[in-house]
Design a protein around this ligand. Sequence first.
Ligand code: AGP
Length: 606
Amino acid sequence: MCGIVGILGKQAVAGDIVEALRRLEYRGYDSAGVATVENGLLDRRRAEGKLRNLEARLHNQPLQGRTGIGHTRWATHGKPVERNAHPHMSAKVSVVHNGIIENFRELKAELTADGYKFETETDTETVVHLLTRELGRGVKPVDAVANMLPRLQGAFALGIIFAGNDNLMIGARNGPPLAVGHGDGEMYLGSDAIALAPFTDQVTYLEDGDWAIVTREGVEVRNAGGMRVQRPMIRSPAGTMLVDKGNHRHFMAKEIHEQPEVIGHTLANYIDMAEGRVRFPDLGLDLSAITRVTISACGTAYYAGLVAKYWIEHYARIPVEIDVASEMRYREAPLPKGGLAVFVTQSGETADTLATLRYCKGEGQKIAAVVNVRTSSIARESDAILPTLAGPEIGVASTKAFTCQLSVLACLAIALGKAQGKISDAKEQELVNALTEVPRHITTILRQEAQYEQLAHYLGKAKDVLYLGRGSSFPLALEGALKLKEISYIHAEGYAAGELKHGPIALIDETMPVVVVAPKDELFEKTVSNMQEVAARGGQIIIVTNAESGAAGCPVHAHIQMPDTHPFTSPLLYAIPMQLIAYHTAVFMGTDVDQPRNLAKSVTVE
Ligand code: AGP
């Protein structure tokens, strides 16, 4: 996740900006920079690597401006070199950016045709030139931003300052979080309250689609339609803790909403979005020679592995053996020499998963860990680490770690398919482009969160809930059931939809809610049949689909409309409704959402 900071100060701001960026180091980065307005002129200092390199640059060539923006960058488009480091700028405007601008290639072609020269490989530079073109036409800065924002497609946050104006800073949020800090005669922008903590605890969190016009006198917030809106100024506790809930009631809610950002951050570690290709780290083994993949994990992480089984078998044509670690560790499964064993784990400390890793290592497997904590036991005992870049996950119920695990495993499936000669360059580009769109689609889904609060009042009265799915949606049905039961304590079961007639249909009556995970893919019509069997027995269907309303051809209790997506990436998107259904039902039930009874965040014992 990149870090954004901006300050309208009473004195030179460069040093304070660097201090604020230091508080965002937990997000991970590979370069940093600061830009300021001084005597009406924009100037900047940037450096590769850690903030100390930027500090050295500023020591040798100080910036005195009282208006400035700063950035720590995790490269998504273009190598992590100084040339690509933020802030990006022209003589008229300087910009820092967090997230992905998906349509940057079209914008770059349009601007190049207009005579703009691109110096970097970044998507951010398109924002600089779009604004420069507006300003060059005599458009005022605020109107230039109003005209520019609708041109961008993707999940992003922006910080902007302008030449000739040292009392104006504009921030925009379209996915990744952004907050405005209120000081005494000073104003601030930050990716979160942690960055602002050194200056203020009075914070206004921008909502998705908002943009903020900041001067030393205060802030005017406008929504995506350009209408002025009121956003509350709240006192943030972030000064006391490194990880705070932001403006969310629970860590789980915050972590659900962090997914557009952390998925983009994780994907950027494995794909080159500019080239539309997978850029997978060397696992120290020949992917083309692998004859079987073994996957083992527990709980939600196991369901991520189960999705990966569908992907790897479909796209790489390699057989996948998968089992929960608590079974795999005792089964003594015979494993082919030189096979790849993949362990999926957020904490990297799950006892059953670690024990199974050791068994597989003893069986001569190459060990790869998809892990969120890189210093964990499982990471240390693996031959290759495939990090999820979800950041700290505090809620016991795994959410952003799950979708980041899926992101890594999706890239692994593509890398295996390429190595095995089963995926063409064109297919690779198609799949990578689909992954690049995931943060934006999840942002869209999160914007429709209100419907889940209403649904929760219904589900909260249920004694049992059934979840159904087919193909790569079947693991999502299992995950949805786990999410609901582990935080609301309502019994729920996930089932392969095709198994309905083999027993579970006996459960169906008018008291039984049935959540159906049904992207409009090649299995959709078969799932429609299952829904009609449920409806015929009075079952209350909650359909989650990108198909049009009424597509089930039977009465439904609720229809959750999803964005259209490539079948490959539907598990990443359909995880969000599974999380939101569980979260809002648990809130309705009044359970301890972040610390559910009997559960621990990491099961380090058998
Ligand atoms: C997830 O919602 C659960 N809390 C739990 O199933 C978890 O996924 C499982 O314990 C595995 O943990 P790990 O990813 O840290 O190995």
